[in-house]
Write a new protein. Structure first.
Length: 260
């Protein structure tokens, strides 16, 4: 019996307009009746996720910032920040990449130092709480991740700049234009393992959905691992099953099959 369902957001649960499926709340109510936990697992910040699920935010587990922050019922379950010196090194290196824009993510909000309209428009899709500052090196508090937005494509243009740091950090390609860098060993998979331990849930009792490479570790920690039909080819190879595209409500279809 499934006890935990975790789903990525963009390209997975949400349609291409960033909207939840119309039947989501009805299906979620049925999950709660059966005591099945649901986790929204995303590179998005906590505040954005909480706003998306505003009316039921105390009933959903939020795996935010690609697993660096996990919150349930308003309580912090896990917080895994970057070493401050490593974060500063990533910021300095990110500044050398032509066309790339930095986002420094903390528990209290995101920070940027670029005012490009196109970049800010992209930032606002995922970060409802952000601030433009003069110098990202002056960000105070725990830094959860350092993110780069590159409209040339991060997989081929940005990622190579950080390959030499793979032993020190966890690097994940979170989307065509997004590269996320967190503390070593921190990802959505770690968040899933923490939840499994906390709620006494087995690997075989876990279902997960994703579409991009930042979902890889999450799918590896769920027996019922689904890549969307629109997923990255590498994720499809890693998943045990394939769901229909996000535009076809593939996540909802598989959850309804489970409930039936």
């Amino acid at each position: 019996m499934i006890k935990l369902i975790a789903s990525d957001m963009d390209g997975t649960l949400l349609n291409d307009k960033g909207e939840l499926p119309l039947e989501f709340y009805k299906v979620f109510k049925e999950l709660r009746k059966k005591n099945i936990l649901f986790a929204a697992a995303s590179g998005r910040q906590y505040y954005t996720l909480a706003k998306t699920f505003e009316t039921i935010q105390d009933e959903i587990i939020f795996i935010a910032e690609n697993g660096t922050l996990v919150i349930y019922q308003g309580k912090e379950i896990a917080l895994n920040p970057l070493d401050k010196k490593i974060a500063e090194k990533l910021i300095q290196k990110g500044r050398t990449i032509e066309g790339a824009n930095l986002v420094v993510c903390t528990k209290t909000g995101a920070y940027i130092e670029t005012t490009s309209k196109r970049f800010i428009s992209e930032v606002e899709k995922y970060y409802v709480k952000y601030q433009v500052i003069d110098d990202l090196m002056q960000v105070e508090g725990d830094i959860l991740k350092v993110t780069l937005c590159d409209f040339k494509g991060v997989e081929t243009n940005t990622y190579p700049y950080f390959k030499d740091l793979k032993e020190d950090i966890h690097i994940c390609i979170a989307g065509e234009h997004w590269l996320d860098m967190m503390a070593k060993g921190v990802d959505k998979g770690l968040a899933i393992r923490n939840l499994q331990q906390l709620f006494n849930i087995k690997y075989e009792e876990t279902m997960a959905f994703g579409d991009y490479l930042n979902d890889l570790e999450m799918l590896q920690n769920a027996h019922y691992s689904y890549a969307m039909a629109n997923a990255h080819p590498k994720l499809k190879k890693a998943a045990r099953f394939i769901a229909k595209t996000n535009e076809e409500n593939g996540v909802m279809e598989k959850i309804k099959e489970l409930l039936e």
